[in-house]
Design a protein around this ligand. Structure first.
Ligand code: TXA
Ligand code: MG
Length: 347
């Protein structure tokens, strides 16, 4: 297995760039989550991402580019708004949806006339993108997890997801280890492809908040409408561990835990407030601020999943704007389990 710690290993970066140039898949760290990368201009390589992830092929993937790369190569009609956002937030956790240039393969755009572009700020990602095709290429990369599962924030998570595919003969040639992802949730996605009719539209909230975007744009981005470009990370069910996830209001947590334990259920709990009266079978205490919470969220869900509890109870978060990104991910992680709690309470 080729798992290389590449924080200060130029050799592994150039090897990864070469693997990508040869059409192979490389998992690499970004400041948000780990990505599973392929040469964006090689449709066969991009098809292998879909195969490894088990993801429907009509879902577009984000193209990652090096700092200073020519965005006009990837997109046509680059509005002034995009230029302002790029100088404010790139490299960083912001993906822009723009009209795609004609030569960008369908495999990347899921057949749509747009392309998602981002310039990540993780030093390993920047080094990889600068080495790949001399900094002129684009790396198509979704999060490095099986379709619908929790995104990886550490190299160990990628190995957990794709074990067999990382063996010789598997689909993934190399995993670059860049430590734990700083941000912890996926990039903010802003659609600028329909500015004339819809204005800027926030497709996925993230670390870069709507308020921060508004400061640069001069208008608040709209929420996604029915005609907005499709984004698989915006499916109702997504980011889910295997154990059902249920959000419980702070005021109800003691009672719910008590009743479930009376019913013989094994409980995993993720909380950010102290609950001295509660004894769960597995427990992750997350920071009581949205940035710290995002950083630990996915690793926390994975750890609690390993406890093989009947349910992962998540103490519901504040509904303030700052918490929008993590609330969005938790709502999707919990989506399929709305009835689970009621059944367990009644059984
Ligand atoms: O932080 C991130 O964005 C991470 C890291 C690896 O960069 N990537 C990531 O990729 O989260 P993925 O594929 O798991 O989620 C990207 C989302 C998907 O929901 C995809 O449908 C959407 O971006 N997307 C990509 N290109 C798009 C396009 N042209 N139009 C609309 N949505 C697009
Ligand atoms: Mg994803």
């Amino acid at each position: 297995m080729l798992v290389l710690n590449s924080l200060d290993n130029a050799l592994s970066i150039s090897q990864a760039a070469q693997n990508l140039e040869e059409g192979k898949l490389v998992a690499f760290p970004t400041e948000t989550v780990y990505g599973l990368g392929a040469d964006a201009e090689n449709p066969l390589a991009v098809a292998n991402i879909y195969a490894a992830k088990g993801r429907p092929s009509n879902h577009p993937v984000i193209v990652h580019i090096a700092p200073g790369a020519d965005i006009a190569y990837w997109a046509k009609e680059i509005p002034f708004e995009a230029e302002k956002l790029i100088s404010a937030f790139w490299p960083g956790p912001l993906t822009l949806i723009l009209k795609r240039a004609d030569h960008i393969p369908d495999a990347v755009s899921g057949g749509q006339d747009t392309v998602g572009i981002r310039c990540p700020s993780h030093p390993v990602a920047m080094a990889l993108l600068s080495a790949f095709k001399g900094g002129k290429g684009g790396v198509a990369a979704p999060s490095a997890n099986k379709f619908g599962h929790v995104s990886p924030t550490m190299a160990a998570h990628v190995i957990e997801e794709f074990g067999q595919e990382i063996q010789p003969g598997g689909l993934i040639a190399q995993v670059l280890d860049g430590g734990q992802s700083e941000v912890g949730i996926e990039s903010t996605i802003l659609d600028l492809s329909r500015l004339h009719t819809h204005g800027p539209v926030l497709l996925r909230p993230g670390h870069i908040s709507a308020d921060q975007l508004a400061t640069v744009l001069g208008v608040m981005p709209a929420s996604a409408d029915a005609a907005a470009p499709r984004a698989s990370g915006t499916l109702d069910a997504h980011y889910a561990p295997h154990t059902p996830v249920v959000q419980v209001a702070v005021s109800e947590l003691d009672d719910v835990v008590h009743q479930l334990q009376k019913n013989g259920k094994k409980l995993a709990l993720m909380s950010y407030l102290a609950h001295p009266a509660i004894q769960a079978d597995a427990w992750r205490h997350l920071p009581n601020d949205p940035i710290g919470y995002a950083h630990d969220l996915y690793a926390g869900l994975r750890d609690l999943d390993h406890a093989h509890a009947d349910v992962i109870l998540v103490e519901a978060l504040p509904q303030e704007k700052d918490w929008q990104g993590v609330n969005d991910r938790l709502r999707r992680a919990a989506f399929d389990s709305r009835d689970v709690l009621q059944k367990m309470l009644n059984s």
